[in-house]
Design a protein around this ligand. Structure first.
Ligand SMILES: [Zn+2]
Length: 364
């Protein structure tokens, strides 16, 4: 067998496995895809080789032998009769033709079912409109998108008790959305895209026993301010969360400071997550909101884009560019430093609170 040919065939197998598509095929179908003659014996030997290496399962199909019909017979039916041309094979003195067929051992691609977007502090950002538009246009099927709004959160982020309140409201809203989805026969595990302060609220909901009934599909955190040592592994093992992609902006100037100002926050969106079952990916040119610049967002959710790939592909073969493993020795900043800066932030909170309250009344 010439290597050039088998290399091309292997490349086609790898493509199918990484995208989770066309995992099942007959010899003739695969031959057509790689542009060789339908009965190529080297190709059949190559595919049988995959089967004996347990990378594929050979499960033959049968074809009607009558000239002018030659259709694949339905699987699981006694092949004595063709349901298409009505030929009785025994009467005709013929046998159905064996069609070598294979199923690659791998996971199929998945659909994006529906998505909840939890934004950062800037609730009016233009990207929200762009996002709904892009996701409806770029994805070839339409997935309902719920953009969760918690109104203006400005200085609130400095006060832990306000986080608790905002997180509880988010959890309750997600529970309602999940119940509505169930009624509309959508799957009850939404995929999640969370940004900045939204990532911290999501983490709070996930660790609150009050919301232990909520289960999620795949989660994307962008510019995360969740602590790098957050226990995503446990959530994934428990089946609460299917998988996590942590999208980090290499030029993010806000995330490294989060732990000094926001209680319970950490630089997950700079350091990465330590949890082994998460996937950290660094985007070189991105700042704190780079993920939602229309051009970047368009690329991320287009076919072959990072977010679309993460939400649809089998993850066993998913190794996007920019993937990295977080530095395992991460420790939070020294407590005195965090206490001092947070005390300052808290003081600022009480000074500014009346103005924030006023702003809410005027500009809800
Ligand atoms: Zn037939």
């Amino acid at each position: 067998m010439t290597t050039a040919r088998s290399d091309r065939w292997q490349a086609e197998i790898d493509r199918r496995l990484s995208q989770g598509v066309e995992l099942e095929f007959t010899l003739a179908q695969f031959a057509q895809a790689v542009e060789v003659a339908p009965g190529d014996t080297e190709l059949q030997a190559f595919l049988d080789g995959l089967a004996s290496a347990q990378a594929a399962v050979r499960r033959d199909a049968y074809r009607c032998p009558m000239a002018g019909c030659a259709r694949l017979l339905p699987a699981g039916v006694a092949n004595t009769f063709c349901p298409f041309c009505q030929a009785d094979f025994q009467q005709q003195g013929v046998e159905p033709e064996v069609e070598p067929s294979y199923r690659l051992v791998g996971e199929s691609s998945r659909d994006i079912r529906w998505v909840i977007v939890i934004h950062g502090m800037n609730s009016r950002a233009k990207w929200q409109e762009a996002f709904s538009w892009e996701i409806a246009n770029r994805l070839s099927y339409s997935a309902p998108v719920l953009i969760y709004k918690y109104g203006w959160a400005t200085i609130d982020v400095f006060a832990r008790w306000l986080h608790v309140r905002l997180a509880r409201r988010l959890g309750e809203r997600m529970r309602i959305a999940i119940a509505e989805a169930r009624k509309s026969r959508l799957p009850d595990r939404p995929d999640i895209i969370a940004h900045s302060f939204g990532t911290l609220l999501l983490a709070r909901v996930l660790e609150n026993p009050e919301f232990a009934d909520l289960q999620f599909g795949r989660i994307i955190t962008a510019a995360s301010i969740v602590r790098p040592d957050y226990d995503w592994d446990r959530l994934i093992q428990q089946g609460r969360v299917e998988a996590v992609l942590n999208h980090v902006g290499a030029q993010d100037r806000a995330v490294p400071f989060a732990e000094y100002a926001i209680p319970g926050a950490g630089p997950g969106g700079a350091v990465g997550y330590l949890a082994k079952s998460t996937l950290n990916v660094r985007a070189d040119g991105y700042g704190h909101s780079g993920f939602f610049v229309p051009e970047n967002l368009g690329v991320a959710i287009s076919r072959g884009g990072l977010w679309q790939g993460f939400l649809t592909r089998p993850l066993a073969h998913f190794r996007p560019a920019g993937a990295f493993v977080a530095e395992p020795h991460w420790r939070p900043a020294p407590l005195p430093a965090r206490v001092c800066t947070r005390a300052l932030a808290c003081g600022l909170f009480w000074v500014l609170a009346p103005f924030s309250w006023l702003r809410r009344k005027i500009d809800p």
